[in-house]
Design a protein around this ligand. Structure first.
Ligand code: C2E
Ligand code: CA
Ligand code: CA
Length: 374
């Protein structure tokens, strides 16, 4: 079965997780919790996981033929897999046999199977990276070893365990916010699991948690059913050409008091977090300006200037002889060329304003900029 993952900033589907289901002709469907443990005890788990790897490669190859918007797929591995088989050769074999690109796959390794002293696991993870696979830490925060593991291993993404959203209150929100803030300081991406409501999704988007997975977006389903479900619900699939672009945008820490520095992955950012700096991401593509994101503080600042919505700015920019168009275009062009922070000031009504822009990501059709407005 596959469960979709959504990019919070766009709402588009950017990935899927492969999850095992055992469908018995007599007893019906077994969830993994009924058989993973048993297979591990019997030292047979590698057979299941090889089968899931094979299946995901086959499904991916099929979808590449049918659709140019295939999204990345992640699969789960057990600790025992590394003892019972050569995981790397199994993956290599299936990738070659099905002629699928290796950068289409993500490997999920659960926090609980990591032990700081496990030399072998270090080697295995390093080898995944060397071979071009991104490794994700699953169930972050579910065990007691989380922080140590984060210190000792190299991950692309943290999957924040669903326990934090299960009891969704002010305290759990603070914890999730801190995890996202910490991850960005370390240059690690974030995905939250167990997202069941719109409110949770909006919260994750507002703090810069890049991806969301859960029943709010969709349950695990057989591949074809999942594609049909997403279509019916009106979900867009993320274009592969924009994957790296959004990945780069996701590095910016919107919780930081010095967001420009988070563009450089600066871990020396010691300023207080949870700041209320007016921040927005704008995209300039096809001669159009579009907001990808704006925090509350940014929207409030615009309102103080008599601008009631982001659309109003977008529309003002669309008038090519407007002052906004000329000045903003000059700013972003300079920002793109120099890759530095470009600053400008202006007066609007009785307000003295100060704006800063920095290029943060690009793709062949456009660029994204981080904007601050005071
Ligand atoms: P996991 O990797 O953390 O997978 C997420 C689990 O949460 C899935 O349960 C999924 O159905 C469930 N889930 C997703 N969204 C929501 C939500 O919004 N609310 C709630 N309450 N639950 C949600 P599932 O499929 O039963 O899998 C359970 C676990 O079994 C997985 O946890 C994973 O650790 C393991 N597993 C599943 N497939 C495989 C596999 O192929 N190989 C190995 N080694 N382990 C697997
Ligand atoms: Ca998982
Ligand atoms: Ca998980």
């Amino acid at each position: 079965y596959y469960q979709p993952v959504a990019r919070t900033i766009t709402g588009e589907i950017c990935g899927m997780e492969a999850l095992a289901r055992w469908i018995d002709p007599m007893y019906g469907m077994f969830p993994p919790n009924d058989f993973i443990g048993v297979l591990e005890e019997a030292r047979l788990i590698h057979k299941l996981d090889s089968c899931i790897i094979k299946k995901t490669c086959e499904d991916y190859a099929r979808s590449m033929k049918e659709d140019d918007r295939t999204v990345t797929v992640s699969f789960n591995l057990s600790r025992l897999d590394f003892k019972l088989m050569d995981v790397h050769s199994v993956i290599e074999k299936e990738i070659r046999a099905n002629k699928v690109p290796r950068d289409a796959f993500r490997v999920e390794i659960t926090e609980s199977m990591m032990d700081s002293d496990d030399e072998r696991l270090h080697e295995v993870i390093d080898r995944f990276w060397e071979r071009g696979f991104r490794v994700w830490m699953d169930d972050f925060g579910s065990g007691y070893s989380s922080l140590n593991v984060l210190k000792d291993y190299h991950f692309d993404t943290l999957k924040i365990d669903m326990v934090f959203l299960r009891n969704y209150d002010a305290r759990s929100r603070e914890i999730v916010k801190s995890v996202v803030d910490m991850s960005k300081r370390l240059g690690v991406h974030t995905l939250a699991e167990g997202v069941e409501t719109k409110e949770q999704f909006e919260f994750l988007r507002s703090i810069g948690c890049e991806k969301a997975q859960g029943y709010y977006i969709g349950k695990p389903m057989p591949y074809d059913e999942c594609r049909a479900y997403l279509k019916e619900k009106g979900f867009m699939m993320e274009s592969p050409s924009k994957r790296q672009y959004y990945h780069d945008i996701g590095k910016v820490n919107v919780l930081s008091a010095t967001p420009f520095r988070s563009v450089d992955n600066a871990s020396s950012d010691s300023d207080e977090s949870n700041s209320q700096i007016p921040i927005a991401f704008v995209e300039y593509a096809g001669e159009k300006l579009r907001y990808l994101f704006a925090n509350k503080s940014y929207i409030n600042t615009l309102q103080k200037l008599g601008v009631n919505s982001l659309e109003e700015v977008e529309q003002a920019f669309a008038e090519s002889n407007s002052v906004l168009h000329t000045r903003f275009l000059a700013m972003i062009e300079q920002a793109r060329e120099t890759e530095e922070v470009v600053t400008t000031d202006f007066v609007r009504g009785s307000n003295y304003c100060y704006a800063q822009v920095r290029a943060i990501a690009g793709y062949p059709g456009g660029n994204a900029f981080l904007c601050i407005l005071h």
